[in-house]
Design a protein around this ligand. Sequence first.
Ligand SMILES: [Zn+2]
Length: 343
Amino acid sequence: MDITWESIAGHDREIRRLRRMADENRLPHALLFAGPDGIGKKRAGRVLAAMILCQGHAPHPCGTCASCQALTHGAHPDYYELVPEAQGKGTPMIRIEAVRAMQQAVSRYPVMSNGRVVLIDDADRMNEAAANSLLKTLEEPPGAVTFILVTSAPSSLLATIRSRCLTVTFGMIPPETMRQALVRRGLPEPDAEELSLLADGSMGRAISLYEEGGLALRDEALALLEHLPQIRMTEIWQEAETKGKWERPKIGEWVLYLNMLLRDMLLLYVDGGSRLLYHSDRRKRLLALLDAYPEDRIFAMLSCVRDLQKRLQSNASPALQLEGFFIRMRDLCADQIDGFRKR
Ligand SMILES: [Zn+2]
């Protein structure tokens, strides 16, 4: 893993604060990194861990000592990462067995560094037993261990756990900072620009949009909205079959684009020149769509899209879900055409 502070986009103030505390040996034994998904909280937690564990010369992490090398290769004996694990088809959770295994591991003396670090990702996914067990450890910390809890839902954690941690809140990454970071990662300039506007301040989101086919998927979603009023049943079957074969995350991204495009159309109803559009580069085509889509239909379609998002979480066949979705969407258009005729 990358253990340089420079690898993190944005969050300058929070990082400065953490570095200062670590330099001055003032870090509390438990920290809670809170903020939206995909903005680099876990990455920051790992770099902080590297800083705490580093045995080389300042500035820490030095990147060259045995500790830094071990962390870079993901094999540091004094670094422990706890993440939610799925059992069967259930939601991934952090269970008490995992917490106990961690407690046992950190009860021993550190092997390579002067202390140990435990990073708990998605800490809100601890079940009650796990959370209570962790709480006991936080109340009586076993020697030189630093806990870094990472969560996008701090309010779902036990209040007693929160109160034992110093909370550091990470905000959204500003578009310009994200654009630069995406370019540094090798994304083409135009994509970086567009994705930085689409990603809601989340670097993880920008990258997953890019990897799932990003803007091409967006244009596919837009093309569907343009064609929907004339779509034929055979096309619906074909679309449902093709998209039903996609990987679920890709279908999810495509649906998310539909959602964003419809929300953009609602904005355009209020203000055709609105600067708040996700897809400002598609403004003309979206404006052209407003003729075919009255406002109440857009609301109905948005709820249709949200319904599909929920259904796709289940284990039912995506192709069948998509077919039902296309038919409901087409029917909404048909109602509207009838509505026009009545006027
Ligand atoms: Zn080092």
